[in-house]
Write a protein that binds this ligand. Structure first.
Ligand code: ADP
Ligand code: MG
Length: 276
């Protein structure tokens, strides 16, 4: 892919939506691969005990593999558990194992229980342009850790009837975390997924989401495509599984939009500093 502007500082993006099956994991791994193919250095943190992001990136995550659980609960350095993703230069993954299912409870009694992921990312010394965190389908302590660690929330929305249900609760949680734990947190990006241009419902939902969130919704939406859903069973993203497919091209385009928006924002911040 063409090289895109690199962010001034590492962008930590929390891919969240407490609904299951809306495309969080698919979006995390395919956007991450797209950004890496555009020349960025990207770390995916799998924060879902199911470990679907790890699977999709071809990363071993059987129970004995050092994982995000060891980082969150045992305080192990992130660098000790990160693995490179084969076939995509610049892409790395911190896997999740089934242990993580217990972490939600175990974290409760630990010190700094909400900021353990943030501390681990801050202590990570390898240069990174992006960290993408794949959240579980809940708003518990794991998701709170992600929201304390990141500045940006990326919400994938599936273009179907109940798309907006539950979104209010997610937005309220973002507000709560911003008020009490992380003043920088905001919803920066909304991505419409599994978009089927042939159905009227999909375009109605897309219009509704766009009218509510004019600045956040990416122009690019991700079409429903069999190639996208097949790729994980080969331990690949659609970017390597079928690089010419519509799914691959739309994730590359979404990644480009995210990078360019970030560059514009960096430019505005630099201008403001200059004017001050
Ligand atoms: P979540 O992480 O939010 O639970 P997933 O990313 O696992 O959601 O997606 C749910 C299901 O939908 C998976 O089986 C995935 O392969 C499929 N899927 C996601 N995006 C697409 C797409 N653009 N086209 C076809 N299937 C998709
Ligand atoms: Mg998932």
């Amino acid at each position: 892919g063409e090289a895109l502007p690199r962010p001034a500082a590492t962008r930590v993006m929390v891919v969240a939506n407490q609904k299951g099956g809306v495309g969080k994991t698919t979006t995390t791994v395919n956007l991450a691969a797209s950004l890496a193919l555009h020349g960025a250095r990207v770390l995916v943190i799998d924060l879902d005990p199911q470990g679907n992001a790890s699977t999709a990136l071809g990363i071993d995550h059987h129970a004995e593999v050092p994982s995000i659980y060891d980082v969150l609960v045992e305080g192990k350095p992130l660098a000790d558990v990160v693995q490179p993703v084969v076939d995509v230069e610049g892409l790395f993954c911190c896997p999740a194992t089934i242990d993580l299912a217990g972490a939600e409870i175990e974290l409760v009694s630990l010190v700094a229980r909400e900021s353990r992921l943030q501390r681990a990312i801050e202590a990570y010394e390898q240069p990174l342009d992006y960290v993408l965190i794949d959240c579980p389908p809940s708003l518990g302590l794991l998701t709170v850790n992600a929201m304390v660690a990141g500045r940006e929330v990326l919400i994938p929305i599936q273009c179907e009837y109940y798309a907006l249900e539950g979104l209010g609760q997610l937005l309220r949680n973002v507000d709560l975390v911003r008020a009490h734990l992380n003043p920088h947190l905001h919803v920066s990006t909304i991505l419409l997924t599994m978009y089927d241009a042939r159905t009227r419902l999909a375009s109605q939902v897309a219009d509704e989401v766009r009218s509510h969130f004019q600045d956040e919704v990416l122009r690019t939406s991700i079409p429903r495509s069999v190639r996208v859903s097949e790729a994980p069973s080969y331990g690949q993203t659609v970017l390597t599984y079928d690089p010419g497919s519509t799914g691959a091209l739309s994730y590359l385009e979404a990644a480009k939009e995210i990078a360019l928006r970030g560059a514009e924002k960096d430019q505005r911040a630099a201008d403001e500093r200059f004017a001050a």
